[in-house]
Design a protein around this ligand. Structure first.
Ligand code: N6E
Length: 184
C-alpha cells in the first residue's frame, strides 16, 4: 500500500492545520455521473465493505500508479459500468473518524459525459435519483451538507469529524473555494 504520509498526491495540507496535516492520509475518489437533460444523478447502493448499505457516488482508493482523475474514471467503470473520458473536479473532502489515525482525503468529481449503461456489480447496485429529491437519509451524514454547493456549481472544501459510529458528525467546516487547482 502507498505510504499515506508521503504520498505526493496528498493535497489536504493546503487546507489543514498542523495537527491534521501531520496525520497519515489515504486518497479516495467519489464520482457522480450526471444526466443533466433529466436532472438526475446515478448513485450506487454499496453492497459490501466500508459504507455498505449506504447510497453514494462511485469511487474508492487511488492506486499508486495513477492520477486521482484516472482513479476516479477507473472506479466509475469498475463499480457502475459507465466509461468516461474525463471527470470534472467539484470538491475536496477530509474525513476524520475518532477511532482512526488515518484521515480520508476524498476528491469529488462529476462525470458529465460517458458511455455505457449502468450495471449492477459485486460492489454497487446503481439507481438514478432526481437531483432535487436526493435520498440523504440513506447516504453518508455529510452528503446533504455539501451537496447544495456542488449543485450550484460551486467548488468546495469540507472537513468533517465523525464519531466511531460513522453517523454522528461532531464538527464540520465547509468553504466555497475559487479553485481546486492545488488538487492536481
Ligand atoms: C465519511 N463520509 C463519506 N461521505 C461520502 N463518501 C464517502 C465518505 N467516506 C467514504 N466515502 C467514499 O466511499 C468510498 C469508499 O471506498 P472503498 O470501498 O473503501 O474503496 P475501494 O473501492 O478501493 O475498496 P476495496 O478495498 O477495493 O473494497 C469512496 O468512494 C469514498 O470516497
Amino acid at each position: 500500500m502507498t505510504d499515506a504520509v508521503t504520498d505526493p498526491r496528498f493535497v489536504g495540507w493546503h487546507v489543514e492545520d498542523d495537527a491534521h496535516r501531520a496525520m497519515p492520509h489515504r486518497l479516495y475518489t467519489l464520482v457522480f455521473p450526471m444526466d443533466s437533460a433529466r436532472s438526475r444523478v446515478l448513485l450506487g447502493m454499496k453492497k459490501r465493505g466500508f459504507g455498505s448499505g449506504k447510497l453514494n457516488g462511485f469511487g474508492g482508493k487511488v492506486e499508486p500508479a495513477e492520477t486521482v482523475e484516472q482513479g476516479a474514471i477507473r472506479e466509475l467503470a469498475e463499480e457502475s459500468g459507465l466509461v468516461a473520458a474525463a471527470a470534472a473536479r467539484c470538491g475536496l473532502l477530509l474525513f476524520y473518524f475518532e477511532d482512526s489515525p488515518v484521515a480520508m482525503e476524498v476528491h469529488v468529481f462529476q462525470a458529465r459525459e460517458y458511455s455505457g449503461v449502468p450495471v449492477e456489480t459485486d460492489e454497487m447496485r446503481p439507481e438514478w435519483f432526481g437531483v432535487d429529491s436526493m435520498p440523504f437519509d440513506r447516504m453518508w451524514a455529510d452528503d446533504h451538507i455539501w451537496w447544495p454547493l456542488m449543485m450550484r456549481g460551486d467548488l468546495f472544501v469540507g472537513r468533517f469529524w465523525f464519531k466511531a459510529d460513522q453517523v454522528t458528525i461532531t464538527r464540520s467546516e465547509l468553504d466555497r473555494v475559487d479553485s481546486l487547482d492545488f488538487a492536481q
